[in-house]
Design a protein around this ligand. Structure first.
Ligand SMILES: [Fe+2]
Length: 334
């Protein structure tokens, strides 16, 4: 019977997990265990700190609802979402507009609008036009491309934060024969990420400001092209350089022009931005987005029907055969 040491336990875990048939799961779990163990050794993690970490993750999970995704917020505020996004963006097969984070406020079933329609229910005093062209990486216009836009309302909050039962300041538009889009909206405001949960507690304990610069999210798709998840960041915002979720980047900064002669709605201040899409590769079909509709993630979160801890029937039978019934007996007792 071997005795584990801080140096040998990592390999013992990896050896036991080596039966994993899925090669990608095996690779990810082995690496996760190696890095987690190395982290615990590096900081000499104490039992009290370990349980505090578990309490924190438990609270993060408990804060999640169909309208709120605290785990995505955690991933965002420690830069993991941005890292995954940047790595993924480098795999596109053609040079095209950079990706940015989808974030925790995207919602499926966003309503469709005609070109030039106003997406904000209350647009008084701060109207803004967004216009431009969607093209391929080679500059060919993409007619019929789908452009989904979402942003904060005039009060600096997303609809889902105010009333999850309605949709506001979000819409799906379709490009015209020349690949053009036109959206009427309101000026987005910079905002605090939700600071009333465990992630907000972490951010405040770190004395970070918790602000995102003003931005407008875009999700753009056309058949045969990699879906573009991105956002435009409004020039002049004080937090372009220190976005709490590390999403803002220089090439996605857009200026609001008070009287752009190119704007199709002459009376409005406007943002002009042309987006280009890379061709879709086979691998792109499997990669997904960095973010999700919170409702989709929690959709399968139903109360367990089986007794707590009961193993799958096949595993119990196997345990009975292998261990002379000891384990199976334990399982039956639950
Ligand atoms: Fe946002």
């Amino acid at each position: 019977m071997r005795a584990y040491t801080p140096e040998t336990i990592t390999d013992a875990v990896i050896e036991q997990m080596s039966t994993t048939p899925d090669p990608r799961m095996k690779e990810i779990m082995e690496s996760a265990v190696r890095h987690l163990h190395a982290f615990a050794r590096e900081v000499n993690l104490t039992p009290a700190e370990w349980i505090k970490g578990i309490e924190f993750m438990t609270k993060v999970g408990q804060m999640c609802t169909p309208a709120r995704q605290e785990f995505i917020l955690l991933s965002d505020t420690i830069g993991l979402s941005a890292l995954v996004n940047i790595m993924h963006d480098k795999t596109k097969v053609e040079e095209a507009t950079s990706a940015s984070l989808l974030g925790p406020f995207f919602r499926e079933q966003t309503p469709k609008f005609e070109p030039g329609a106003q997406i904000a229910k209350n647009a008084e005093g701060s109207e803004l036009a967004l216009f431009g062209r969607i093209s391929s990486a080679k500059g060919e216009p993409l007619p019929g491309a789908q452009v989904t836009v979402w942003q904060t309302a005039a009060d600096g909050r997303y609809d889902i934060q105010t009333d999850a039962s309605t949709m506001d300041c979000r819409g799906v538009f379709t490009t015209d024969a020349e690949g053009r889009y036109l959206v009427r909206t309101v000026r987005p405001l910079g905002y605090y990420i939700p600071l009333d949960g465990p992630v907000g507690g972490m951010v405040q304990a770190q004395r970070r400001h918790g602000m995102r610069p003003a931005h407008i999210h875009f999700l753009i798709s056309a058949p045969g092209y990699r879906e573009l998840t991105t956002a435009l960041y409004i020039a002049g915002d004080a937090h372009l350089e220190d976005d709490v979720v590390f999403g803002a980047s220089g090439d996605l900064v857009a200026e609001i022009k008070e009287a752009d002669p190119a704007c199709p709605i002459a009376s409005l201040p406007s943002v002009h931005f042309d987006f280009s899409l890379s061709r879709e590769s086979v691998a792109d079909k499997l990669t997904g987005r960095v973010g999700a509709d919170p409702g989709q993630i929690t959709a399968g979160d139903v109360a367990a029907e089986k007794p707590y801890g009961s193993p799958p029937p096949g595993l119990a039978a196997e345990a009975e055969t292998k261990k002379g019934g000891i384990l199976a007996g334990l399982f039956r007792g639950r």
